[in-house]
Design a protein around this ligand. Structure first.
Ligand code: FAD
Length: 398
């Protein structure tokens, strides 16, 4: 099955390709396509180019500086830009707190924060999870106590992605202890440079510093940084999560990685033949491609519903599960193509005589780190087990 685009949509796809080819910095695209490490400046350069073009917020309404593109346009942009090596933009401003402020923020909050998200002046991070409060998020304990015109925050957040790069954090905090744990939670916005905020790095098993602990010790946040009503932050927090989960599907990147996998499998030999000619390996690629196509159709269906005024509902959980499973399978098959050459390259462990020598072709060197890194996808944004519970309850009515 193929998506059939209208003439206008095909013209739009060509316009996207032209713009990305001209404006995406070549060194950034190369890093993405070769699975190299991406830094904040890389993402910022791409963010700035999109902002200048007016394409930074495809899904936001025009009145707030967005493009108000429909589901098909957003999908075309995702697929075309990913294919050319565009890095993933930071989702915390554009896809999470931005839509929340548009829906629940005060006029002052919208006026101040939305333009800064669009321009990239503010880099946000997400302060939801705490030790012991991940899947059971409503049990969170970070406390915010009203003191005159401020809240005073004490507690700890964990797994905070790119907190070391962020200047702002949106947090779920407990402003009241209530019998029902979902009550008494509030959402507040906090400047990371406020006295008492401390970021401590967590290095993950791929050697990457992507996540952190964020500690709050008597951190004073002005009351005007409360989003929505005090004590009613749980529903706002869930609204934000459905936007996060829809964004995790990552169809554009998976299509690019599938094309890369096929390319590698057509070059690498197994028993004297390209691996792609091995019927078992070929079947596994075909199975993956079918699942990706089904995901693509589901993304378009769910996103079209958003266009007609709805919000992503529990179906976002389906996108999250399928999208992340596909991302993980892609990294597994890429590792298999490289075989022994994909074993983690750890020069420190090998001693001086091996430094500078990679054990196989250059493409194979980053595969293991990427494979390890992608294990996170079935955990973050709410684990896939929890998404299955949501589907069972809210889609299947079990
Ligand atoms: C790389 C990475 C980046 C992250 N970034 C952020 C971030 O920026 N901000 C943020 O706030 N959080 C972030 N998180 C945290 C993430 O949301 C949590 O890790 C996730 O919600 C799981 O919570 P937990 O780690 O406490 O695991 P737990 O909740 O302790 O779960 C442990 C295991 O038990 C299973 N389990 C738990 N309860 C149930 C149940 N009821 N039914 C079935 N199975 C269950 C889970 O599926 C999991 O396999 C990130 C996590 C990772 C790995």
């Amino acid at each position: 099955m193929e998506v059939t685009y209208s003439k206008e949509e095909l013209n739009f796809a060509a316009e996207v390709r032209d713009f990305v080819s001209e404006s995406l910095p070549g060194d950034v695209a190369r890093k993405v396509l070769e699975h190299k490490r991406i830094f904040k400046e890389d993402v910022q350069r791409w963010h700035a180019a999109l902002h200048e073009k007016g394409w930074i917020a495809p899904h936001w309404p025009k009145e707030h500086g967005g493009c108000a593109w429909n589901a098909v346009q957003r999908h075309i942009f995702d697929v075309e830009s990913a294919a050319l090596g565009a890095p993933r933009l930071s989702p915390f401003g554009l896809h999470m707190i931005g839509p929340v402020l548009i829906a629940f923020g005060t006029e002052d909050q919208k006026k101040y924060y939305l333009p800064r998200i669009l321009s990239g002046e503010d880099w946000w991070c997400q302060g939801y999870s705490e030790p012991g409060s991940g899947s059971d998020l409503a049990s969170l304990k970070t406390k915010a106590v009203r003191d005159g015109d401020s809240f005073v925050i004490n507690g700890q957040k964990t797994w905070t992605t790119h907190a070391q790069w962020a200047n702002m954090i949106f947090c779920l905090v407990r402003t009241e202890v209530s019998e029902r744990k979902q009550n008494g939670i509030s959402m507040v916005l906090c400047d990371m440079s406020t006295d008492g905020v401390e970021v401590r790095p967590i290095v993950t098993l791929d050697g990457e510093h992507e996540v952190n602990e964020v500690w709050f010790s008597d951190v004073k946040v002005p009351v005007q940084n409360l989003v929505g009503e005090e004590g009613r932050g749980w529903s706002i927090g869930k609204f934000l999560l459905s936007h996060e989960r829809t964004g995790i599907a990552g169809v554009g990147v998976s299509k690019r990685e599938l094309a890369y996998l096929k390319h590698l499998a057509s070059e690498e030999m197994y028993e004297g033949k390209p691996l792609l000619e091995d019927p078992i390996f070929k079947d596994r690629i075909a199975e993956l491609e079918i699942d990706l196509l089904a995901l693509e159709m589901t993304v378009l269906r769910v996103a079209s519903r958003d266009d007609s005024g709805g919000e992503p509902g529990p179906e976002a959980s389906i996108l999250k599960i399928k999208g992340t499973e596909i991302q993980q399978r892609l990294t597994e098959l890429q590792m298999e193509v490289a075989g022994l050459a994909a074993l983690p390259y750890l020069p420190m462990a090998w001693g001086d005589s091996f430094i500078g020598k990679t054990p196989g072709p250059a493409y194979a060197a980053p595969l293991a780190a990427r494979y390890l890194n992608m294990r996170k996808t079935s955990i973050y944004g709410g684990t896939n087990e929890i998404q299955r519970n949501i589907i069972a309850r809210r889609v299947l009515g079990l």
